[in-house]
Design a protein around this ligand. Structure first.
Ligand code: SF4
Length: 225
């Protein structure tokens, strides 16, 4: 059995790795890495043309438009900087209206756009071997692998995810031939704003999100949900 995971960056209050000069914590993830492990990854950026192009473009978008551009504007700028003129949209069919708006904006900015909806291929869930009980949310399956293959067939150079379901997005990321960025992360409850659940996780959603009350919250005077 694998050893239990120890403390890591998510438990760190120092963030010394940002060059602030603060001391690194005992459990520091950076301290645990060998110079060789870090060097090998640096080589992946420096020696792989596509990786370097993407990292350079991302750095330029951040530098030139920090806190000025929306994510939509950043995606268009990023696409231009990596030389992507043909963009794919992998969309949930429940977000086709928004994807049409996205396509209209992308086209107005000079991009070619091709979209693949999640039900592309018209395949039944039972054809994949899924239990018929899943037909309760519709008989036809989302098909992220086919979405990736269709976009590859039309030689898209950057694919944009528009609200694919959790897990379906994992398969789309896995099979997409072009680099992928996400404009919309699906969250049916929060209007596709998943961080909202974290914002209320200490208050209204505490009972929904924690099987047990977290240690640090015990004794809290706030008795609200
Ligand atoms: S790498 Fe080290 S200093 Fe940086 S966040 Fe992780 S644990 Fe903290």
């Amino acid at each position: 059995m694998e050893e239990k995971l120890k403390m890591s960056c998510i438990d760190c209050g120092a963030v010394a790795c940002d060059g602030s000069g603060k001391p690194f914590p005992d459990f520091c993830v950076t301290k645990d890495l060998s110079e060789e492990e870090i060097r090998q990854v640096i080589d992946l950026y420096r020696n792989d043309e596509e990786n370097l192009r993407i990292m350079t473009a991302a750095a330029e978008v951040e530098l030139e438009h920090y806190c000025q551009y929306t994510r939509l504007q950043e995606i268009m700028e990023f696409a231009k900087k990596i030389g992507a003129t043909r963009l794919g949209i992998a969309t949930c069919v429940g977000l086709l209206q928004e994807s049409r708006l996205l396509a209209r904006i992308l086209r107005a900015n000079g991009f070619e756009v091709f979209g693949a909806g999640c039900k592309t291929g018209c395949v039944k869930k039972t054809d994949l071997g899924l239990d018929p009980k899943h037909e309760g949310t519709g008989s036809h399956t989302c098909n992220p692998i086919l979405q990736a293959k269709v976009l590859a067939k039309f030689h898209t150079q950057l694919n944009i995810v528009m609200g694919l379901c959790v897990g379906h997005d994992s398969l789309f990321y896995k099979y997409s031939e072009a680099p992928v960025t996400t404009l919309v992360a699906k969250d049916r409850v929060t209007g596709h704003n998943p961080i909202a659940a974290l914002h209320v996780s200490h208050s209204y959603y505490k009972k929904k999100l924690y099987p047990e009350q977290p240690e640090e919250e015990k004794g809290c005077c706030c008795k609200k949900e």
